[in-house]
Design a protein around this ligand. Structure first.
Ligand SMILES: [Zn+2]
Length: 359
C-alpha cells in the first residue's frame, strides 16, 4: 500500500470475530492477516438457497484456516454448504487459502479470466515476469529480485509446516468481463478492473447497487499500483477501470479491507488526486535531470517505506509519463533511468476522464 500510515487506518484494524450482515444476504467475516501493514481481510459470504459463495479467503496458513472455521460456525454455515470460492485477485491475502477451502468444501474456485499468481509458471506474454525469472532483476535494475519459484517457496512453506495450506489456486471457472453470476438470490455482474493487479475482479449487484470492490477501491488506503505486472501502463489502466465504475450507479461499496462505504465517486476522486500528487512530486524530484528509478524512489519515499514496492510504484508512475510523451527512458550501468519533462501536464484524473468520455 502506498500511503504512509500516520494514523491507524480502517484497513489496519485487527480482524473482528463478529459476523455482520453488510447487504441483503451478504455477511462479512473478517480474517486476520499480517501483510503489508494490513490487519484483516474481509471474506464476504453470499448466502442463498443453493448454499454459500465466499469471496476472498485470506492468507495461507493454520491461523487463517482456524479463523475461517470459527467465522463459518459463528455464521451458522457448514463448510459443505460453500459451493463457490471467489478470488478477487492474485495477491496472497486473497487467494492464499482459496484452494484448500474449495477442495475441502467441494466448491468451485472462481477467478477473473487472466488470473495468475506468482506461484504459477509465467506465460510468455507476461514479459516482466519472464524477464525477472531469467535475469533475477526487476525491470528497472535496482535490488536483485529473489524470484521465488515454486520449489523455493515450497521448501520454505514446508519448513513452516504450511504446505497443505498454501497451494496455488486451481480455478475451475474463469469469468469474462460482463458475465453474470447468480449469488445471494440475485444477479451479479463480473467486472474486470485491472490496475492493482492485471487480473482484478469486482462483482456488481445492479439491482441493489452493491459493489464487491476487492482491493480496487479501499476506503482509506490507496491500492498499490506497481510496475511488476503484465500491464504496460498500470497507472493509466487503473485510472480507466476506476472511471468505469462511476458509470454504474453504485450505492454501497464492500471493500476487501476496511468498512463498507457509499461515496464511491468521492473516494475515486481522492485516489486519483493521490496519484496526481505523486506525479507532481516525481516531476519535482526528477528536476529535469536524468535519474535512475532507484534514486527517484529514494527521493519520493521516506526511509521506512523504501524498497521493492516503492521502486515498483515509482516505475509505474514513470512509465505513465513516458507513455504520454512526458519522460524518456534509457539505460545507464544496468539501471533504468528517466529524463522527466518538468512542465508536463498528464494526470491520473485526466486519464480517467478521457476514459469516461470514450466509454
Ligand atoms: Zn488485499
Amino acid at each position: 500500500m502506498s500511503e504512509p500510515a500516520q494514523r491507524r487506518r480502517q484497513e489496519q484494524e485487527a480482524a473482528s470475530s463478529e459476523v455482520a450482515e453488510v447487504a441483503p444476504g451478504v455477511l462479512r467475516l473478517q480474517l486476520p492477516i499480517q501483510f503489508t501493514g494490513l490487519g484483516h481481510v474481509n471474506c464476504y459470504a453470499l448466502v442463498d438457497e443453493a448454499g454459500v459463495a465466499l469471496v476472498d479467503a485470506g492468507m495461507p496458513g493454520r491461523a487463517t484456516w482456524k479463523a475461517i472455521g470459527e467465522r463459518l460456525e459463528a455464521a451458522g454455515i457448514e463448510l459443505e454448504a460453500v459451493h463457490s470460492v471467489i478470488v478477487t485477485h492474485s495477491h496472497p491475502d486473497h487467494f492464499g487459502s482459496a484452494e484448500l477451502l474449495a477442495k475441502r468444501a467441494g466448491a468451485d474456485l472462481i477467478v477473473e479470466r487472466s488470473f495468475q499468481t506468482w506461484l504459477d509458471r509465467p506465460q510468455p506474454s507476461d514479459s516482466p515476469y519472464v524477464e525477472m525469472a531469467r535475469t533475477g532483476r526487476t525491470p528497472w535494475g535496482g535490488i536483485p529480485f529473489e524470484w521465488s519459484r515454486r520449489q523455493r517457496l515450497g521448501h520454505r512453506l514446508a519448513r513452516h509446516g504450511l504446505a497443505p495450506y498454501a497451494r496455488p489456486p486451481r480455478p475451475t471457472r474463469r469469468l469474462h468481463h460482463g458475465e453474470q453470476l447468480q449469488l445471494a438470490g440475485r444477479s451479479w455482474r463480473a467486472l474486470h478492473t485491472p490496475g492493482h493487479t492485471g487480473d482484478h475482479l469486482c462483482l456488481y449487484d445492479e439491482e441493489a447497487g452493491v459493489l464487491l470492490s476487492g482491493d480496487h477501491v479501499l476506503p482509506t488506503i490507496t491500492p498499490h499500483i506497481g510496475g511488476i505486472t503484465p500491464l504496460a501502463d498500470p497507472l493509466g489502466t487503473f485510472a480507466a477501470s476506476l472511471a468505469g465504475l462511476l458509470q454504474l450507479g453504485v450505492t454501497t461499496v464492500l471493500p476487501a479491507h476496511g468498512h463498507p462505504f457509499s461515496d464511491l465517486a468521492g473516494r475515486v476522486r481522492q485516489i486519483l488526486a493521490h496519484h496526481d500528487r505523486r506525479l507532481a512530486s516525481l516531476r519535482e524530484a526528477a528536476g529535469g535531470g536524468e535519474e535512475s528509478v532507484v534514486e527517484l524512489a529514494r527521493r519520493l519515499f521516506p526511509a521506512r517505506l523504501r524498497g521493492m514496492m516503492a521502486e515498483s510504484e515509482t516505475y509505474a508512475h514513470l512509465e505513465f509519463l513516458r507513455l504520454r510523451g512526458e519522460a524518456e527512458r534509457f539505460e545507464r550501468g544496468g539501471e533504468l533511468c528517466y529524463r522527466v519533462d518538468s512542465g508536463g501536464g498528464s494526470s491520473a484524473t485526466s486519464a480517467a476522464l478521457d476514459c469516461g468520455r470514450h466509454s
